[in-house]
Design a protein around this ligand. Sequence first.
Ligand code: GAP
Length: 513
Amino acid sequence: MNNPQDLFKKVISHAKEYGFVFQSSEIYDGLSAVYDYGQNGAELKKNIRDYWWKAMVQMNSNIVGLDAAIFMHPTTWKASGHIDAFNDPLIDNKDSKKRYRADVLVEDYCAKIEQKIEKEVKKAKKRFGDAFDKAEFMATNARVLGYYKKINSILKRLGKSLENEDLADVKALIEELEIADPISGSRNWTDVKQFNLMFGTKLGASAESAMDLYLRPETAQGIFVNFLNVQKTGRMKIPFGIAQTGKAFRNEIVARQFIFRMREFEQMEMQFFIKPGTQKKWYEHWKEARLKWHLSLGMGADNYRFHDHEKLAHYADAAADIEFKFPFGFKELEGIHSRTDFDLSQHEKYAGKKLQFFDPEENKNYVPYVLETSIGLDRMFLAVFSNSLKEETLENNSSRTLLKLPAVLAPYKAAVLPLVKKDGLPELAKNIFKELRWDFSVIYDEKDAVGRRYRRQDAIGTPFCITVDHKSIEDKTVTLRQRDSMEQTRVKINDLSKIINKEVAAKHWLKRL
Ligand code: GAP
């Protein structure tokens, strides 16, 4: 699976084959960019959500949770700017009749230049061997510097044109770069137009009295409209945060790359309310804190990077993405946004109600500024899943497919396997299974030879296999097999819970923060 495209195909097929992700309404040929999570996917997704919640809410005494409704009063979206400004620039190809996001076409063009840089690095590494210094090479090689200059100037121009709503220049840029339709190769483009991403629906029984509603495009607004409810009832003092996870909906123009860009997805967002003027400090704080959360999962520091936004959303005075190296390259995984007092001020204006905090230290009221961290749960799922999927060649030249999930996120923490289906082994194995499931999510499997059962558990990422054999009945010990090293040790049945817990408990992972 050295080729990234092969890896991505394998990710999609493995996710389906092992009950992680299914196309929505598959029996009706599916619904584009909508997905369902299967028996193992639902567990993995829940574990990612719990890991986030624990780090953000449980471990921060000044952050509390919220579960706001998906439907919100329609004025919310006027106030937040989504009705007027939540648009994507779209462009159609006149020959293929395919629709694209104009900015994504340009960004993909830049990603191709980045691939050229990676090739240069690989070549140089081969040439210089152990003496190769990547940082120095990147800073001095004329070809690499030229590529970076080109990328920067393209993205700067794109950012400016989008900020100024100069859609004619976005089209001019696409034409100047000679960007072709990725499917047909045609360069016959329409003008660039804006397209609002919100899904509309109606509330009410009769056509006359029905009210136009939107499915929320971000969970954040549920937090803003509840700012005062939570602050007052929770007696919260600034700085404090409100966190929530939940569904969001966007009518994405180009929905592709599996669960990377979906029309219905889940967000995990936290709005941190702060004193105006302190936003720079908190922006840096949350950038660092969120990166540490990612790194705690041990998926490799090289797979993350920050990308500072040139084009700022209508509400932000600074914004950065934490990008992750997906099989199709570095892409946004999480956003950290300094949202100023934009949202609360707008809701004050449209609702005609004060949304302010009385600061006893300053002896005055003010509208707090907001620092937001916003991550897509499905995108995090894809990051974890694609990074964990490995194909290994074993010593006897056979191969195994392994889902090397961080143990804290694995759907099952252990599988209990009787060596054979007789001699009292299933009974003992079932007793162990029943006892362990008080502490962890565990699975019992007695079908097929034990080697095949190990492979099945490797493929769904179960970190431990517990094998019960004849000796177990005599001395109350079992074989404990580690997923990654395949190492097997003999341990006491009574010690199992403690040994497994040490490896899978969130505490063990979050302590790295
Ligand atoms: N409240 C701010 C906000 O919604 P965003 O950058 O539009 O900011 C935040 O979205 C995160 O939500 C992204 O970093 C991404 O992980 C996730 N996300 C956004 N659109 C998505 C989509 N169509 N499918 C899956 N995840 C998406």
